[in-house]
Design a binder for this molecule. Sequence first.
Ligand SMILES: Cc1cc2nc3c(=O)[nH]c(=O)nc-3n(C[C@H](O)[C@H](O)[C@H](O)COP(=O)(O)O)c2cc1C
Length: 375
Amino acid sequence: MTWIKEHRGRICHCLCMEIGRRIFIGGAVAGAAAFGAGLWWRGLSAPYVAAADRLRSPLPSLPETLDLVRFATLGANGHNTQPWRFSKVADGLAIAPDFSRRTPVVDPDDHHLYASLGCAAESLSIAARARGLSGEIGEAGAEGLIATLRPAQPEIGALFAAIPERQCTRSAYDGTRLTSEEVGVLAAEAKVHGVTAIWREGAAVEPILDLVIAGNTRQMENPAFVAELRKWIRFNGAQAARTGDGLYAAVSGNPTAPETIGRILFDAFFRIGPENDKYARHIRSSAGIFTLVAPSNDPAGWIAAGRAYQRMALRATAMGLRNAFVNQSVEEPAVRADLASLLDLDEMRPNLVFRVGRAPPMPRSLRRLPEAVMN
Ligand SMILES: Cc1cc2nc3c(=O)[nH]c(=O)nc-3n(C[C@H](O)[C@H](O)[C@H](O)COP(=O)(O)O)c2cc1C
């Protein structure tokens, strides 16, 4: 695998602004100033909605390469950096890492980067199969992950229909449980790629919540982590539409702001306590938490974890369920070790952690145009 290294309110009595994974709370003075500056919930602009619609328009029955790339890029990806490049190869499409889009603080070993490639590869595979193309994903090679696109019998199923609907839903859920059958159906999707999905619900979620909070606290105390996150936040719809990437505030149901003011507010009001309270609220409102464990702790395993997550998220979407990552528990090495020991994983690495439950949809995120990610 030589290519591997060549390669996350409202204004009320106070200003409570939640951006991506993080919340900022300020006093009445800041709230009034922000209100005076025109910061108020403005909803989603028409151009933003149009871009989100275009991105998710139906896959043509005879898709061009760029149509398939568009469906691939609808995969989940860390901080919405979209760390991928696509290129045509002899009998298919290659997906290679774009290391210019790494997030070295939150993801120093590129684990999430490879998992994100896995998410894109899985969407591509499912979309190709739905349109009568083989869509097999080979082992990672010099050109990246290759999806073969040879003629095949079309396989149209619920996962395909869910590709444009899936989203990471960062809100409080309705508190209802999943049946054991539902849990089993979701976990079976991970097994397709040899990945184990460990489910915890009820009181058994509390120790995981403690680790999410421990990880989140460490991250928020790290100025480099905060700076990296800030770089990927998109404070208003125009900025989000211009870049086509990053974590747009409204996706988490929050007010938008001119960029300069958004950055000032971020610096002034990003606080550990409210953030941790939010995660506790969100997790306790969920039906439970899945932890994914891949068979190997290397890029091949990390890609498998991403593919497994993407299938589970698509299946959940098809079942009317929502999900959102709470990866703080696997991003800080010491906390990750605690999670591994909590789940009796011995030497195995817990790759990805996400909550599942029921909730209305949130606004959708954007992607760069397929042309921008094609070689
Ligand atoms: C490997 C990986 C790690 C992620 N970690 C987090 C996380 O810790 N917290 C979070 O809120 N979202 C996380 N995400 C979700 C991305 O931010 C999300 O996929 C991206 O913003 C695009 O939004 P969408 O999936 O709703 O289209 C992660 C996604 C991937 C693939």
